[in-house]
Write a protein that binds this ligand. Structure first.
Ligand code: 5GP
Length: 246
């Protein structure tokens, strides 16, 4: 398994999980010189996928470089993710979510205001679908029937009601949820409840940063929901950020 060994134009070991491939990218790959051309397409594919892994590696590097750990539990990433937004990075994130969910026939992306909106909109350009975001207040603009959920806000440490207009999601939809963070799972759980109530199908959730040590992601995965997090933080004790190998 440490060798990507190609023969007769077909790879014997071909790792679809690109993150896994990166682990082996520093190892030896044996390709017979006569088969170079036969295997050219596989090589191109391999390097394209490797590029995607490298891009997502750059998310981890960015978190280490610009993230600030507060009280061992809160990660501030205001300088590139949820206050000043690095659109080049958002583009790579959107592309990666598309790569992960492109076969799911997504019809809508659902997120929650405010930090999820920017990321969801960039990702939606790849899927070519609308974005619906859950509002955290019921303003006079929000008329007609609404789905309502209640979530516990980790950052504000209080309960918040969220609303989505009923006519904006339906039974015909296959929905991808996108959000910036996953911590205890309250926000994701609230959105899932609304999607269930609407009778829509949930394809899964794309999360930029999951704080694995707070357990929300694994809890929601254990309920059978596909949760894809681009970076999972295993611990950040004493400001030292450790990622879960993926
Ligand atoms: P959860 O509901 O999973 O506990 O938390 C998810 C929500 O809380 C996200 O939508 C995000 O806005 C916010 N959040 C949770 N933890 C953090 C954190 O460490 N840093 C930042 N910036 N936001 C967080």
């Amino acid at each position: 398994r440490e060798i990507l060994w190609m023969t007769q134009g077909f790879p014997i070991f071909y790792f679809k999980n690109t993150k896994y491939m990166l682990l082996f990218s520093t190892r030896i790959y044996i390709i017979h010189p006569c088969q170079i051309w036969e295997n050219f397409s596989y090589l191109v594919l391999f390097f394209l996928q490797l590029q995607e892994v490298i891009n997502m590696k750059s998310l981890e590097e960015r978190i280490i470089k610009d993230g600030e750990v507060r009280d061992g539990k809160v990660l501030k990433v205001d300088s590139f993710l949820n206050h000043r937004m690095d659109i080049g990075l958002f583009n790579e994130i959107g592309k990666e979510f598309y790569r992960l969910f492109k076969d799911e026939n997504i019809t809508k992306i659902v997120t929650i205001e405010a930090s999820g909106i920017g990321i969801a909109c960039i990702a939606a350009q790849y899927f070519n679908v609308p974005v619906v975001f859950a509002k955290k207040s019921k303003t006079s603009n929000l008329t007609g029937d609404v789905y309502q959920g209640r979530i516990y806000s980790f950052t504000h440490q209080c309960f918040t009601d969220i609303y989505i207009k009923k006519s904006y999601i339906s039974q015909k939809d296959k929905i991808l949820i996108i959000d910036d963070f996953l911590a205890m799972g309250g926000a994701l759980d609230g959105l899932i409840q609304i999607i269930d109530e609407a009778g829509a199908e949930l394809a899964g959730a794309g999360i930029v940063i999951e704080k694995g040590f707070q357990g929300g992601g694994d809890l929601i995965r254990s309920k059978g929901v596909r949760v894809e997090s681009l970076a999972i933080i295993e611990s950040m004790d004493d400001g030292n950020i450790v990622f879960r190998p993926q």
